[in-house]
Ligand binder design. Structure first.
Ligand SMILES: NC(=O)c1ccc[n+]([C@@H]2O[C@H](COP(=O)([O-])OP(=O)(O)OC[C@H]3O[C@@H](n4cnc5c(N)ncnc54)[C@H](O)[C@@H]3O)[C@@H](O)[C@H]2O)c1
Length: 253
């Protein structure tokens, strides 16, 4: 059986949990060799192990995406192991607990922006360098959010970071389209992951997310991974600079 990502090499950040793990498992099932990157060593190892147990090929790499040296090393290690990079998924992220402007201090601002925005800038830049060196193009997928296309799906810092990711996605897509590099973002609504599972224990927040989504529920990470697979596969060969919203109708209202 042929997979949609046969022969491809994918590096996925935030691969130790939630959507990053779900995408890693699905991409591997579709034939990709996967570099599972996370700053939590144990969880990225677990993801790589799950892939290998299922008959796929994977390595785990420990990296903090907000550090250029770590991103650089992650790409180098992936290329050393698998010979190339075809797909970069910038997905690692942290949440701000819906903190409004006056509750945002510099430490929280830096924490959110450094991972959610600077980390994606580093990821895009390093992947484009690699794709240009290889000379055959490539694909970047950034996990943005419904917080990247409107207000009140996060606090101030998170919303700013995700709007930044949307701008980064569109800009880099246009800058490198002629080099056959596609750059897109996925915009999830509420998804049950490591990031949200404690939040959703708060009945007020769970209720809020249910009300925001006309479908009346949060998604499972696997439902997002399927959309992510579409964007990185050749099925999306004419898709660049786009946002794929997967939110149960949240932003349609
Ligand atoms: N869960 C949601 O409802 C939701 C909605 C919209 C967007 N998102 C976005 O989806 C992405 C994935 O989040 P998730 O919901 O799967 O959360 P998650 O917490 O389950 O997974 C995020 C992973 O990123 C890793 N990580 C965090 N900071 C890192 C860093 N600096 N360097 C390396 N790894 C780091 C964490 O260790 C974790 O394994 C994030 O960008 C998040 O903002 C989530």
């Amino acid at each position: 059986m042929t997979g949609k990502l046969d022969g491809k090499v994918a590096l996925i950040t935030g691969a130790g949990s939630g959507m990053g793990r779900a995408a890693s498992l699905l991409f591997a099932q579709e034939g990709a060799k996967v570099a599972a990157v996370d700053w939590v060593e144990e969880t990225s190892k677990e993801t790589a192990e799950m892939i290998k147990q299922a008959g796929g090929d994977a390595i785990s790499i420990t990296a903090d995406v907000s550090r250029w040296e770590d991103i650089d090393n992650a790409v180098k290690t992936t290329v050393e192991k698998f010979g190339k990079l075809d797909i970069m998924v910038n997905n690692a992220g942290v949440f701000d607990g819906f903190k409004p402007l006056l509750d945002v201090d510099e430490a929280l601002w830096d924490k959110i922006i450094n991972t959610n925005l600077k980390g994606y800038f580093y990821g895009c830049k390093r992947a484009v360098q690699q794709f240009l060196a290889q000379g055959k193009g490539g694909v970047i997928l950034n996990t943005a959010s419904v917080a990247g296309t409107g207000a009140m799906a996060g606090g101030t810092a998170y919303t700013v970071s995700k709007h930044g990711v949307v701008g980064l996605t569109k800009q880099v897509a246009c800058e490198y389209a002629s080099a056959n590099i596609r750059v897109n973002a996925v915009c999830p609504g509420g998804v049950v992951t490591g990031m949200t599972k404690d939040l959703f224990k708060d009945p007020k927040i769970e209720q809020m997310v249910k009300q925001l989504s006309p479908m009346g529920r949060a998604a499972q990470p696997e439902e997002l991974a399927k959309g992510m697979l579409y964007i990185v596969s050749d099925d999306a060969s004419f898709v660049t600079g786009s946002l794929l919203t997967i939110d149960g109708g949240w932003r349609a209202k």
